[in-house]
Every structure is written in structure tokens, then in C-alpha cells.
Ligand binder design. Structure first.
Ligand SMILES: [Fe+2]
Ligand SMILES: [Fe+2]
Length: 361
């Protein structure tokens, strides 16, 4: 590992240490394969030099105490925003179920907490992974879809007011589930046709709740109504085709599918992020929006480089390269050997830790 000036930095180098911004915010994680956009970003933030190349030194060993402390404070703020989001969703679901009035001001307040954490956080998936527990799936899923929705919107270049709308829609997208019987909601197996028909009503129930809180004609209400609609018209409740779907609904659809796949459910264990990325990529051209999906897959791919992976043959190593067209089949370095999963079709990724290992906890 060596330290080099940003002026001499070229694309394709591997970052040797986590890179932090002027306020101690994590910009890029150790092991990131540097792309032009990364270098531009470091320059824009006035970073003058970075460490490149990976060696055997324990990751983060040279990170300053100040940077770690800033990281801790940041994680706490993220955690508070996550809890506030859950509290709002719980409150809303209870009120809607009881037929009591709901007010959007409270939900907007929690978005004001969530929004700055998401836009400042490079790796929202790692933050979410640390906060998720096995209980309260719907509440945690709602906050996760809000957070990922804001992140996807940010990656697509949406402005702050739009990002907050996406975040609000994400937070409230499944509020209508409070009117679905819990025997259906928590059923540990496949739903029957009748049960599924009942489950589908949550999108309309959610839309009605948005109308009741005065958001009837808004993009937020449309996104809640349309989050299960699909590009090819195969979704529900109205089977609308792509041109009639709001961008926010397309964003929520991607975040919703990805979060469902990467969470432990009563009927299926979570999948590693790269396998979920592969699955949503497969939906491009049929059910999910191409531009939204591809941008998010690229984000997941960028986060995965430098992460620890375990393979189906029991070997573990570091992901060094990922083809965005085939995210489930990265190049993995196991000690001094490289295993290219695009060649080794007999192997699969069993686990990927999207965290930069030791951070003192
Ligand atoms: Fe839903
Ligand atoms: Fe959902």
C-alpha cells in the first residue's frame, strides 16, 4: 500500500484505506476499484492524497481516532432516523386500522431526519444491515424502502424536494397492510389465490389513507398506489403499463423488490445483495424500469468491491471485480488465487459482507 497524490491517481487503482471527507464522512471504502466518478468526487471535496493498493495490514488500522469517532456519531444519527421512521409507520398503521385521522406532518418530520443521513451516507446497505433485526418486518421494510428510494433518487439526480417525496412515499408505501388480516400477512407459505387477492388490496388501502391525509392528488399517493404495478402491465391493482407509471413508483418497485430479497422472511432466508442485484437485473425489459434498475445495480456493484465473500465450496475471499451485467458472478481473490465466478459456474456466492470489516465493534 502506498500514499499517492490525487493528481497522480488513475482509474483502476484499488483504494488501500477507507477515504473520509472533511467532516469525517465515509466517502469510499477500502478495496474500491477507483472509477473516474470516484476520483472526481474526491477532488471536488478537496482530498489531496489517498492510499492505494491492498496489503496484509489490518483494514482500517491506520484510520485516525477522529475519523472513527465521526463514523460512530454518524451511525448513531442514522440509527435515530431509522427508529423515528419505524415509529411513524407504526403510528400510522395503528391509526389507519382504527379509522382515526392521520396527518402527513409527522411523517414529513421523520423524512427530514432520514433524508440528510441517506444523502450523506455512501453505503446505506451496510447501515441498514447493522440496524435490521428479525422482528417488525413491515416497519423495518418500510423504512428500508424509504432509505433506498431516497438513495436511488439521489443516484438518478433528483433534487431535494423530490427526494423527500420519494422518501415519504417509501415510508408509507405499505401502510395499507394494516387492513390485511395478520393470518394472511404473516402466513409462512404460499398464499392461496383468494388470500393473494386480499393481499393486493393493500395498495388501494394505502392510497385511500393518503387521500384521507390530504395527499390525494400528489405524487406520493400515486407512488403508494402504483408500487406493485409493473412495466409490462402485469402488476396490480390497475395493471397499468410503463408510460402511465410515476417515476417514484418505479423507484419504489426496485427498492421494494430488492429489500424483500435481502431480508429474512418467514418463508425465505435473505439473499446476498449481489444475488438480489442479479435478480432485479433479470426483470429489466419485463417488470422493472431499465434506467432505475441499472443505476441501482451499479451502486450495489460498487459497494460490493472490496467486500468479503464466502463461496459455496467453503472458501472465502475478497471481491475484486464485478461485472455490472452479471453481478452474482464476481472475481474473488482467495489468498493469492483469483476465482472468476463467470468461469466457475459450479460455484455460487453464499454470503457477502457489505461492510468494511473492523470498525472497532
Ligand atoms: Fe407493497
Ligand atoms: Fe413493500
Amino acid at each position: 500500500m502506498k500514499t499517492i497524490s490525487l493528481r497522480d491517481l488513475v482509474i483502476g487503482e484499488v483504494l488501500g484505506q477507507d477515504a473520509y471527507g472533511p467532516q469525517g464522512q465515509l466517502l469510499l471504502t477500502r478495496g474500491t476499484l477507483l472509477r473516474a466518478s470516484h476520483i472526481q468526487r474526491l477532488r471536488a471535496l478537496g482530498i489531496e492524497e489517498v492510499a492505494v493498493g491492498l496489503d496484509a495490514a489490518p483494514p482500517g488500522a491506520a484510520a485516525s481516532r477522529g475519523a472513527l469517532a465521526a463514523q460512530d456519531a454518524k451511525s448513531q444519527a442514522f440509527s435515530r432516523a431509522f427508529d423515528a421512521g419505524q415509529a411513524v409507520v407504526r403510528e400510522f398503521m395503528e391509526r389507519v386500522a382504527a379509522g382515526r385521522p392521520v396527518d402527513s406532518a409527522e411523517a414529513r418530520e421523520s423524512i427530514d431526519l432520514i433524508y440528510p443521513q441517506v444523502v450523506a451516507s455512501h453505503n446505506v446497505l451496510r447501515q441498514l444491515g447493522q440496524l435490521r433485526s428479525k422482528d417488525e418486518y413491515t416497519l423495518q421494510h418500510s423504512v428500508a424502502v424509504s432509505i433506498m428510494g431516497v438513495k436511488i433518487g439521489q443516484l438518478l439526480g433528483l433534487a431535494e424536494p423530490e427526494l423527500k417525496e420519494v422518501g415519504l412515499a417509501g415510508l408509507l408505501h405499505d401502510v395499507g397492510k394494516c387492513r390485511i388480516p395478520s393470518a394472511i400477512l404473516n402466513k409462512p407459505g404460499r398464499l392461496t389465490a383468494e388470500e393473494f387477492a386480499e393481499m393486493k388490496k393493500h395498495a388501494v388501502y394505502g392510497y385511500q389513507a393518503m387521500k384521507a391525509m390530504g395527499l390525494g392528488a400528489s405524487a406520493v399517493a400515486l407512488a403508494v398506489l402504483q408500487h406493485h404495478e409493473r412495466e409490462d402491465g402485469s402488476g396490480y391493482p390497475l395493471k397499468l403499463p410503463s408510460p402511465r407509471l410515476h417515476l417514484y413508483a418505479k423507484i419504489l418497485a426496485v427498492a421494494d423488490c430488492f429489500d424483500a430479497m435481502t431480508s429474512d422472511r418467514v418463508y425465505s432466508p435473505r439473499k446476498p445483495a449481489l444475488l438480489a442485484a442479479q435478480e432485479i437485473l433479470r426483470e429489466v425489459g419485463s417488470t422493472l424500469d431499465a434506467a432505475v434498475t441499472r443505476r441501482f445495480v451499479q451502486y450495489v456493484v460498487d459497494l460490493a468491491v472490496g467486500s468479503q465473500a464466502r463461496l459455496s465450496n467453503g472458501e472465502a475471499g475478497t471481491i475484486v471485480l464485478v461485472d455490472p451485467e452479471e453481478p452474482a458472478r464476481p472475481l474473488v481473490q482467495v489468498q493469492r488465487r483469483f476465482i472468476d465466478l463467470r468461469q466457475r459456474r459450479d460455484l455460487v456466492l453464499e454470503d457477502v459482507r457489505l461492510q468494511t470489516e473492523s470498525r472497532g465493534r
